[in-house]
Design a protein around this ligand. Structure first.
Ligand code: CA
Ligand code: CA
Ligand code: CU
Length: 174
């Protein structure tokens, strides 16, 4: 009996500790727009986790990808795809740290070709860039309500494994 209980606990801990694989998100450059998930430029809602990557794929028009807003003194310091080029071209950047990362096309930034990648720790459930007890409350509220956002391990079901996965991430600080 004792063995089987210990085994169950070990299994749950192992499930909760399974590190999530880094994801890759594709943003297209088309016409005068960055396009992601049917959204364009400033309307794009792209939230990724530290360690995830964004792949920009040229579809039409001559563009580049420059970190920062147009005319920021430090534009291009975080990432820079090079001089504007027509398709076919791709540019990949991995985001290691949480934060907001605006970017633009140097030719078309003045025409609104500006967007942002939001990088948030999964444990930062309310996405305010701090991992604290408010995130536990926010997660438990979503979990109690059975909201999709409480499917922390992304297996399509909201259950106790999501609580374990969330607390594991929260305890690790991210
Ligand atoms: Ca938070
Ligand atoms: Ca789940
Ligand atoms: Cu452009």
């Amino acid at each position: 009996m004792r063995h089987s209980l210990t085994g169950t606990a070990m299994t749950l801990i192992a499930l909760a500790s399974t590190p999530s694989l880094a994801d890759e998100f594709t943003v297209e450059l088309s016409g005068l727009n960055f396009v992601y998930n049917g959204q364009t430029n400033g309307d794009i809602d792209l939230v990724i986790a530290p360690g995830d990557s964004v792949r920009w794929v040229w579809v039409s028009g001559s563009h580049n990808v420059v970190s920062g807003n147009p005319d920021d003194p430090d534009e291009g310091e975080e990432f820079f795809s090079g001089v504007p080029v027509p398709p076919p071209a791709e540019f990949l950047h991995t985001f290691e740290d949480a934060g907001d990362f605006p970017y633009h096309c140097e030719i078309h930034g003045g025409f609104g070709m500006v967007s942002t990648v939001k990088v948030r720790c999964p444990a930062d459930f309310n996405q305010d860039l701090n991992v604290n007890t408010q995130d536990v409350l926010a997660f438990l509220n979503a979990w109690t309500a059975g909201e999709d956002s409480a499917d922390f391990n992304s297996d399509g079901t909201v259950n106790t494994q999501d609580v374990l996965a969330f607390l594991n991430a929260w305890t690790s600080g991210c």
